[in-house]
Structures are given as structure tokens and as C-alpha cells.
Design a protein around this ligand. Structure first.
Ligand code: HEC
Length: 462
């Protein structure tokens, strides 16, 4: 009998593996976007310094540069590999699918990334030590290399949302995947956001400039850059929404938290107010206020935005052919990939999963609870916490806290089996598996609040 190409499941209690990736990714995005936005800020400011003969502007660039080395490059370098580690264990097939498509794009990105890292050190440490024109070239080189890293990564990220047509599935070509429907909208939206991030983080450094006239001039310059980014974000957001796949539009319309529009408007208004203040009263801007605004951007801007983007992609993790629970959902002839749904429909999940212990391959009344737990971990836990009190769409709550296995069973037999819900995978479990899973879910609603109270037996699935 064939097997599913599945890996062991990485289960993180309460927050789910999704949040681990989300937290790591959000910090990384703030660090990386700020760095790219700042690279352009440096290039523009230094051009101004050169043209208008204002060498003191370079001192701000040097200080912001050193701040970036600590803020962006240390945090970026810790969270970057963190994203690789966490996605590899949380979503091994998602990452594998991307690598099989985009390995050379990543290789190219690394060339630019190395240039960027060398560039930022070179630019910070040679200020005032080499002639002005050469330094200006170096700064522009840093800015362009930084931007290239973003452009290349967005091609991959936007493919994760969807290729946007049928072509890629037939050809499997890297360019068909890269130039997907979503890429330019997402690229421009992020470029606009980078200007905002660079301005807000840059205001922390502005707060340290002693000379009042100089502080005012720099503050107005960065406030203008942030303002342009903020205004551009609004139409770009609507363009981005236009390029989303149908499942994402359904989630956007119906499944995001009800306060999402108010939240978006609130963040825009607060940021706009801050930038106006920065331009208007730059001499009254204590460092802690600027730092608090950066934290605000991270917590209320990026985190909900990244969570929403993750939700919008559901039920897929990549390219609309790999489900969030790692099962391959459709044929991709261009890559020689076959859908695993027919095999699951025929044999169920446990029998085909290579990492399920032998004593769970056959469900009996004795191992029913344990089998249900393992099925939930494999098939649902990428998108749902299994604990009552979990934070990631907790399963017991999604079933309304029911303790009646028959209620759960009706859902498993119906929409979940056929895949009738646009934001959830089709999960065609066998008769006995549905029975065990329903039993486990009903049990976790009534029983212990924590999953660990249901004793784990199989060491590889925790
Ligand atoms: C790829 C991600 C994914 C997987 C895997 C997944 N779900 Fe869901 N599920 C979702 C999303 C997204 C929602 C909408 C949730 C929300 O609005 O918070 C949802 C909602 C639900 C709901 C509520 C019904 C509704 O329409 O809102 C139930 C019940 C549910 N899931 C059960 C399950 C079970 C049982 C499994 C495993 C056998 C599972 N899900 C696997 C993504 C997933």
C-alpha cells in the first residue's frame, strides 16, 4: 500500500506551531522592513547632504546605521534562521514545496543579502573616512541590494498565497510561480510599509539629535517619507485585496475578527497623528515615546496583519496545493506531484501515515482516545489548538464546547469529509477514525483543560 509523504507532527500546546512561526516572523518583518526602508532613507538623505553641503546629516545616518546593526541585524539574524527552523518542523512539506520551486531564487537572494550586510557595515564604518562621492555610491549600493532581497522574497511569499492561474500547475516553471497574480501588489504594499517603519524607528534616533535646527530638519525629512508611505498604503491595500484568491476573499469578508476595520483605521490614524507630530514638534519628542510608537507598530500593526495574511491563505500553506496540515490536495503535473486525497479516502489517515506507531494503525475500543488525539494532532493541530483554553482557534470551542461525540461526528462526516468549507481542508478520514476523533474532541471539551492530562503514548507525536 502507498504511504503519505508525511513527517512527524510538531505540536506546541496552547499557542500551536502557527503562533511560534507568527511571533518569529513578525519580529523578523519589523527588523527587515525597517532595514530596507532605512537603506533608502540613508541614500536620499546622503544625496541631500552631498547636494546641499550638509555633512552633519551624515552623523544622523551613522547613528541610525549603528542602531540598525543592533536592532535589525541582530534581531533579523536571530529570527531569520528561527523562521527556517520553525517552519521546517511545523510545515515540512510546505517548506519543501517552496524549496523545490524556488531554490535558485533563494540562492540569488542570498547574494544580495550578503552584499547588504557587508554594505551596512562598510557604510557605517567608512563615514567621514573615504571621499564623499564614493561613500554616496556605497550607500546607494546598500539600498539597491536591500531592495533586491525584498523583491525576491516577495515572489516566494506571494506564491504561497496562490499562483493565480492554472499555468504553473502545468509547467511547474519557477517564473510562472514567481510572477504570480499577487506579487506586484504585495511588493508595493510592503515597500510603502517600509517607508513608514523606517520613519518610526528612525524617530528613536532623531530623539537623540541635540542640535534643534538639525533635529527639526531630519525629523521633517523622515516624517515626509513615512507620510508618503502611509498615504500610499491605502490604495495599495485595496489593490492587494483584488489579487487575492476566492477562499481568501471569503475569509476576509466573513472570518476575520469583527473589529478588523476599526483596528486598521485606528492604526492608520495613530500613525498619521504621530508623523504629523514628528514634523510639527520635533523638538518635543522624548526617546521613550518614539520607542513606544515602534512597539505599537509591531503589536497593533504587524502582528494582526501577519496573522490575517496567514488566515487568508487557509486552507493552504503554499501554492493552493499543499494543505496547512501537510496533505497534498491536488495534482501538479508540472512537478510530478499527485493529490493524496484519493488515497486517504480509500484507506484513511493512520494506515498511510509513516510515523504513526504500529499499535495505533488499527483502532480498538482500548486505544480509541489515543488514536483520536493522534489524528487531531496530525490533521487539525496546524490550524487549531487542541486544548479547551488554547489560543489558536481551539477545537473544543469550534465545536461549541459540545461533549456529545455525535455532534462532532456529523461535522466530520459532512463538510470536513467532502471539503465543502472554503477555508478548511478536505479531511476524508475512515469511519473508525472519525469515530475516534469525535470521541477525543468531545472528551477534551468535557474533561481535563489541558491536553497533557490525556497521556501521550507515542513519543514522536507530542
Ligand atoms: C489548514 C487549516 C485547518 C485545518 C488543518 C483544520 N481547520 Fe478547522 N478551521 C480552519 C479555519 C481557518 C477555520 C475558521 C475558523 C475561524 O473562523 O476562527 C476553521 C473552523 C473550524 C470549525 C468551525 C466551523 C466553521 O465553519 O467555523 C470546526 C468545527 C473545525 N474547524 C474543525 C476542524 C477539525 C476537526 C480539523 C481536523 C480534523 C480541522 N478543523 C482542521 C482551518 C483548519
Amino acid at each position: 500500500m502507498e504511504i503519505l509523504g508525511m513527517y512527524p507532527t510538531w505540536y506546541v500546546p496552547y499557542i500551536g506551531s502557527g503562533w511560534v512561526m507568527g511571533i518569529t516572523g513578525t519580529i523578523h518583518i519589523l527588523a527587515s522592513h525597517t532595514s530596507i526602508g532605512a537603506a533608502f532613507l540613508f541614500a536620499l538623505l546622503e544625496t541631500k547632504a552631498y547636494r546641499e553641503g550638509k555633512p552633519w546629516l551624515l552623523d544622523y545616518i551613522r547613528r541610525y546605521g549603528i542602531f540598525l546593526l543592533i536592532f535589525s541585524y541582530i534581531w533579523g539574524s536571530v529570527t531569520g534562521p528561527g523562521i527556517w527552523y520553525s517552519t521546517t518542523v511545523a510545515s515540512p512539506r510546505g517548506i519543501s514545496g517552496l524549496i523545490h520551486n524556488f531554490v535558485w531564487v533563494w540562492a540569488t537572494e542570498w547574494v544580495f543579502f550578503v552584499t547588504e550586510v557587508i554594505g551596512v557595515y562598510a557604510l557605517v564604518y567608512t563615514i567621514g573616512k573615504i571621499d564623499a562621492k564614493t561613500h554616496l555610491k556605497l550607500t546607494w549600493l546598500f539600498a539597491i541590494a536591500s531592495l533586491e532581497t525584498l523583491l525576491l522574497i516577495i515572489g516566494i511569499l506571494s506564491f504561497m498565497m496562490w499562483p493565480g492561474g492554472d499555468r504553473w500547475y502545468r509547467t511547474g516553471s519557477v517564473l510562472d510561480g514567481f510572477y504570480n497574480l499577487n506579487i506586484f501588489a504585495q511588493m508595493s504594499m510592503r515597500a510603502a510599509f517600509m517607508c513608514v517603519a523606517a520613519a518610526i524607528v528612525g524617530s528613536i534616533v532623531v530623539a537623540g539629535v541635540k542640535d534643534r535646527a538639525q533635529r527639526t530638519e531630519i525629523a521633517r525629512f523622515i516624517a515626509k517619507m513615512g507620510g508618503v508611505g502611509l498615504v500610499a498604503l491605502i490604495p495599495l491595500f485595496f489593490w492587494y485585496v483584488q489579487t487575492l484568491p476566492p477562499n481568501a476573499k471569503i475569509i476576509l469578508a466573513a472570518r476575520l475578527p469583527a473589529y478588523t476595520p476599526q483596528l486598521l483605521i485606528g492604526i492608520l490614524a495613530t500613525t498619521a497623528f504621530y508623523l504629523v507630530w514628528l514634523a510639527w514638534k520635533p523638538t518635543w519628542l522624548p526617546g521613550p515615546v518614539a520607542a513606544a510608537m515602534t512597539a505599537f507598530l509591531l503589536l497593533f500593526g504587524l502582528w494582526p496583519e501577519e496573522r490575517a495574511r496567514e488566515s487568508l491563505r487557509k486552507p493552504y500553506v503554499a501554492g493552493q496545493y499543499i494543505y496547512g496540515n501537510q496533505v497534498i490536495s491536488r495534482d501538479v503535473p508540472g512537478k510530478g506531484v499527485r493529490s493524496e486525497i484519493p488515497a486517504m479516502r480509500e484507506h484513511g489517515l493512520l494506515a498511510l501515515h509513516p510515523f504513526v506507531p504500529a499499535d495505533l494503525k488499527e483502532i480498538t475500543p482500548q486505544n480509541r482516545l489515543e488514536a483520536g488525539r493522534v489524528i487531531a494532532a496530525i490533521a487539525c493541530s496546524n490550524c487549531h489548538s487542541l486544548e479547551k483554553t488554547g489560543l489558536l482557534r481551539p477545537l473544543p470551542a469550534k465545536f461549541g464546547g459540545t461533549t456529545d461525540p455525535r455532534v462532532v461526528r456529523a461535522f466530520l462526516d459532512g463538510p470536513l469529509y467532502t471539503g465543502a468549507i472554503p477555508y478548511m481542508p478536505a479531511i476524508p478520514l475512515s469511519e473508525k477514525e472519525r469515530d475516534a476523533l469525535a470521541y477525543f474532541i468531545a472528551h477534551s471539551s468535557e474533561g481535563p483543560a489541558t491536553l497533557s492530562a490525556v497521556k501521550p503514548k507515542s513519543p514522536e507525536i507530542r
